[in-house]
Design a protein around this ligand. Structure first.
Ligand SMILES: Nc1nc2c(ncn2[C@@H]2O[C@H](COP(=O)(O)OP(=O)(O)OP(=O)(O)O)[C@@H](O)[C@H]2O)c(=O)[nH]1
Length: 428
């Protein structure tokens, strides 16, 4: 019989919810690691998750990057006449272009990143603003060249390195822009600025930085992808039961704590179900443990198929015991859903020749309905109630659902909790 969980463990829970189809995801990740990802692309489902993660994880970096770019732009007038030999006549045009035109582009990208970090097009916004700013810098280079001043274009290369290293923009997106900029810079130097071969230093420097950036980006994204896959795998394996793929005890307790706290906050009625396979000891004795494992997997699949709504939680509590948590304000619907789950296990028709309940594997369910959950309701008390109801279901002959209301005023965890020995004898 279940031991009511430690409430403190629930209160400390901060883990994120993971998909409940863990075995498939683990399989997908293993397959991806085996197949490799030299082209920096995962299979569609993983790719979508990786992009969402990448977008979110890059938020702080992007804001820092844009803030630095803006600062450099704003302080550039301090140096143009003094250090770059820009004549006064040209300086105001140059400042107008840099601060008046490129500044707002960077500010707009900064605001976008700060407010829309989750948007799938944030990476494109960064790439686009980089392209616009780079073309602006090239324009400034041409403008000042007309006045005989030498404004460095290496900033474009430096910017590219910064964007790929910090901006978390994916390779295949920035690559065309980087190549186009290298070509544009070359054309500008040769045909527009009419640089002498001695000035090709600028071009060489920009080109080398661009090549470096492209390589850096590839290596950087490869490592990001690899560590993301490893982390996902580790998290899934750590949080899910290896046999059934449902949440394991630890993760289940965290998820239930979150679900309970959410229900209290939103005043959502909910039901907590303790589900126990009937006479499973006898099943194991008769069919052997490997068959027992298989039966556990099949029952778990049925339970999971009945906990598919976004706020539903289910997991393996231990042995042949499972727990589910469903938000539902209509008690009758809740009971009907639990009854459907019980019937679905029976209809799975897993033969159980030694059961004196039915010729197939069945489950008993204790369903505790919690109306208007309150701060003072402890989850372990709700657990104890559900456990008591499960005990009643077993005592009444098994293969049934016993429903009860959570009575917060009379609940006494010490007396409500039943010990395994108190169960009626089984033939298992
Ligand atoms: N095959 C297999 N069996 C397990 C696993 N975990 C627990 N069990 C078995 O589940 C059985 C639980 O038996 P009991 O607690 O006596 O309960 P029961 O026989 O189902 O009887 P009732 O619950 O009273 O109907 C034991 O025989 C355990 O060995 C598992 O991972 N694999």
């Amino acid at each position: 019989m279940a031991t009511p969980p430690d409430t403190n463990a629930f209160e400390d829970a901060r883990e994120i919810e993971m998909s409940q189809s863990a075995p498939e995801t683990v399989g997908l990740i293993r397959q991806q690691l085996e197949n490799g990802f030299g082209w920096l692309r995962f299979e569609p489902k993983l790719e979508q998750d990786f992009r969402a993660h990448n977008n979110e994880a890059g938020l702080v970096n992007r804001i820092a990057l844009l803030a630095i770019a803006l600062t450099v732009l704003l302080i550039s007038p301090l140096f143009d006449t003094a250090y770059f030999g820009v004549p006064e006549a040209a300086a105001w045009w140059s400042r107008g272009l840099l601060i008046g035109l490129l500044g707002p582009v960077i500010i707009a990208a900064l605001i976008w990143c700060a407010c829309r970090s989750h948007s799938p097009i944030t990476e494109y916004v960064i790439t686009a603003q980089f392209a616009v700013v780079s073309v602006g810098l090239l324009g400034n280079h041409i403008l000042l060249n007309r006045y005989g001043a030498d404004f460095p274009i290496e900033f474009i290369g430096v910017g590219l390195v910064a964007v790929v290293a910090l901006g978390r923009v994916r390779s295949w997106q920035i690559l065309p822009v980087a190549v186009a900029l290298v070509v544009l810079t070359l054309a500008t130097e040769v045909w527009v600025v009419n640089s002498s071969p001695a000035d090709y230093y600028h071009l060489a420097a920009a080109g080398v930085l661009a090549l470096f950036a492209i390589y850096l980006q590839y290596a950087n994204e490869y490592v990001l992808r690899r560590s993301w896959l490893d982390r996902q795998l580790l998290q899934l394996v750590a949080r899910h039961d290896g046999l059934t793929g449902l949440l394991n005890r630890h993760a289940l307790e965290s998820a239930l704590a979150n679900a309970h706290a959410h229900a209290v906050r939103e005043r959502n009625d909910y039901g907590l179900l303790m589900i126990d396979i009937d006479q499973f000891g006898a099943y194991n004795n008769h069919y052997g443990h490997p068959a027992g494992d298989d039966a556990l997997r099949r029952v778990a699949a049925v339970i999971e198929s009945h906990a598919r709504r976004p706020l539903d939680v289910c997991g393996r509590y231990g042995g042949e015991e499972f727990v589910a948590f469903w938000i539902e304000s209509d008690e009758h619907k809740l009971e009907a859903h639990a009854e459907a789950l019980r019937a679905a296990v029976e209809q799975a028709a897993i033969p159980h020749a030694t059961s004196n309940v039915a010729p197939v594997v069945t489950v008993s369910i204790g369903l505790c309905y919690v109306a208007q959950p309150q701060e003072r309701d402890s989850l372990s008390a709700v657990f104890a109630s559900a456990d008591e109801l499960l005990y009643d279901a077993k005592a009444q002959g098994r293969n049934r659902v016993v429903v009860g209301h959570f009575d917060r005023d009379s609940i006494n965890e010490a007396t409500v909790r039943k010990h395994p020995e108190a169960r009626p004898a089984t033939n298992g």
